[in-house]
Design a binder for this molecule. Structure first.
Ligand SMILES: [Zn+2]
Length: 122
């Protein structure tokens, strides 16, 4: 059985029409109501800046480089990762310290996975 929520985003968009309404909200249209539901779910996931806002470890604990919290957040598909806006698959999130190249998983930096725990589907 195909897990509907893990289908690729490209496949999702193939026959999905997305328009903005007068209040700038994105509305999805499709002959397949499951695609509309999936799109709406994916668009409700937190974005990377909302995940970054959960970080409590500002400086690198290894090399003491300051403000690595503000470095780019990298990501890759990972089944135990976080839910991320516009990604149908869960994403592993990390920040690479420019001082020592240590890859800090966001949970090690204090960013719990409560966002996607809160949004776990029934
Ligand atoms: Zn470092």
């Amino acid at each position: 059985m195909i897990d509907e929520k893990e289908k690729s985003i490209a496949d999702l968009y193939k026959d999905l029409k997305v328009e903005k309404d007068e209040d700038d909200y994105l509305l999805a249209f499709s002959d397949d109501p499951r695609k509309v539901a999936l799109y709406n779910k994916i668009m409700s996931y937190p974005n990377l800046e909302q995940h970054r806002a959960q970080i409590t470890m500002v400086d690198c604990r290894w090399c003491l480089r300051e403000n690595i919290k503000d470095e780019p957040i990298e990501m890759d598909d990972h089944e135990n990762g976080w839910r991320v806006l516009r990604k149908s698959k869960r994403q592993w999130l990390w920040i690479t310290c420019p001082g020592c190249n240590y890859q800090w998983a966001l949970w090690k930096m204090g960013c719990g996975q409560r966002w996607h725990e809160l949004r776990k589907e029934a």
